[in-house]
Ligand binder design. Structure first.
Ligand code: NAD
Length: 427
């Protein structure tokens, strides 16, 4: 039975695609379960002197193509099935973008907004310590995800290096530049999404100029895709975060000002910016309108970008989506039943395992630079990212045309074909 459980959905997606390419039964069996699930208790001393125990997970789904690779998220809603699904999607994504990694994912059940800086650092260091034996540059390489950032990755790297007794930057990606991070990593997922979208628009002979865009989520991914789309001439009309939204049908004038405002205020709802002054009082003057973060998904725009969490487009709202194109920047934002509705409505969906793969592409570049003691410029990183995204999008579009299927189906076929090839040469 298909429900909104992300792991059930992942297995369903796998089975459907496996059938289409007659996937070897042994390989299907292998991909239907993660190779290893690590669960740890993380007791830390809180600032009030009491001990609180958090639960952490690392799921290693598959390493046929290389070391396990995938982010770590800190969120109160984290659960094992979610992390299992995310690890499976990493296996698929890494195959689509064609980097030498398998799939993994991790998380801690915690709302980091309720932790002090010291508590957050202690929690992260303890997590690195408990995972020490199972991770490493050639084994499993974590990265940032929801509510984790370069600073957290820096603590992770430092703790691992301390235990290993040697500086080991390649154990984790998404680090601060001064700790071995790559130029361009923080922009990579958003920018990669832009390259994928532009490649698809080119294929269907559509110009980006003036196309309207609504973005759900204004974190690392949402803010950069917004900024780069605006630079390309798209008109960003709606932005949301977990606390509220702004909607300006004429277009938000300057995303970078909104970003500065959100950094200062901590939420987006008052970020109606005229020049560098952001204030709710500008709302009327700018023609701003009230919408809930949920409404943002249903606006009459050309492009909808879910860039927050999974399961936001469901059978309950899919028929209300009015966008012509959905660019999935979050992982797993669309449930299977919603996906079917979007297909019936003729909405073009650029699937997560393609559109948000720019992050892991630059994580690969970071890992490579660390292992080879190289330092690439931001221009070099962006150039290589563009090439990777255009190649992967081209590969997916080719399969889509050949088989007359959706882009999601094509991306899964491409991933499984690549994994199958490796499986055949190694088994
Ligand atoms: P983040 O923590 O930086 O930002 C998440 C944003 O979503 C925040 O602005 C938060 O306020 C917002 N949000 C949460 N719940 C919301 C809701 N109900 N409505 C509207 N906004 C809501 O996380 P991120 O790194 O930007 O990741 C976002 C998504 O992209 C996740 O699904 C993640 O797995 C995926 N992703 C991230 C990367 C990466 O490199 N960071 C790479 C690939 C995929």
């Amino acid at each position: 039975m298909v429900n909104n459980n992300p792991w059930d959905r992942a297995v369903e997606q796998l089975k459907e695609s496996a059938q289409k390419i007659n996937l070897d039964k042994n390989l299907l069996k292998r991909l239907s379960q993660p190779e290893k699930i690590i669960q740890v208790n993380l007791p830390i001393k809180m600032d009030n002197g009491k001990t609180q125990t958090f639960k952490g997970f690392r799921v290693q789904h598959n390493n046929l193509l290389g070391p396990y690779k995938g982010g770590i998220r800190y969120h109160q809603g984290v659960n094992l099935d979610e992390i299992k699904a995310l690890s499976f999607w990493m296996t698929m994504k890494n195959a689509v973008i064609d980097v030498p990694f398998g799939g993994g994912k991790g998380g801690i059940i915690v709302d980091p907004k309720h932790l002090s800086e010291r508590e957050l650092e202690e929690l992260t260091r303890l997590f690195a310590k408990k995972l020490y034996k199972d991770i490493g540059p050639k084994k499993d390489v974590p990265a940032p995800d929801v509510n984790t950032n370069p600073r957290i990755m820096g603590w992770f790297e430092d703790e691992y290096s301390k235990i290993a007794g040697k500086y080991t930057p390649a154990v984790v990606t998404g680090k601060p530049i001064e700790m071995g991070g790559s130029e361009g990593r923080k922009e990579a997922t958003g920018l990669g999404g832009v390259y994928a979208l532009l490649a698809v628009l080119k294929q269907i002979h559509k110009s980006p100029k003036g196309m309207t865009v609504a973005i759900q989520g204004f974190g690392n991914v949402g803010r950069y895709i917004g900024k780069f789309l605006q630079e390309q001439g798209f008109k960003i009309v709606a932005l949301t975060d977990s606390k509220g939204s702004i909607y300006v049908p004429q277009g938000v004038p300057d995303i970078e000002q909104v970003e500065l405002c959100k950094e200062e205020k901590g939420f987006i709802a008052e970020c109606y910016c005229v020049g560098s002054v952001c204030d709710l009082r500008h709302k009327q003057q700018m023609g701003g309108k009230d919408i809930s973060p949920q409404d943002a998904l249903e606006l009459p725009v050309d492009i909808l970008i879910p860039a927050a969490l999974e399961n936001v487009i469901t059978k309950n709202n899919a028929h209300k989506i009015r966008a012509k194109i959905v660019v999935e920047m979050a992982n797993g934002p669309t449930t299977i039943s919603a996906d079917k509705i979007l297909k019936e409505k003729g909405i073009l969906v650029i699937p997560d395992i393609l559109s948000n793969s720019g992050g892991v592409a630059v994580s690969y570049f970071e890992w490579y630079q660390n292992l080879h003691m190289e330092k690439w410029s931001k221009e070099e990183v962006f150039k290589k990212l563009k090439e990777k995204m255009e190649k992967a999008t081209g590969d997916v579009l080719k399969i889509q045309k050949e088989h007359n299927i959706t882009l999601r189906e094509a991306a899964y076929l491409l991933a499984l074909q690549r994994i199958k090839k490796k499986f055949q040469t190694t088994s």
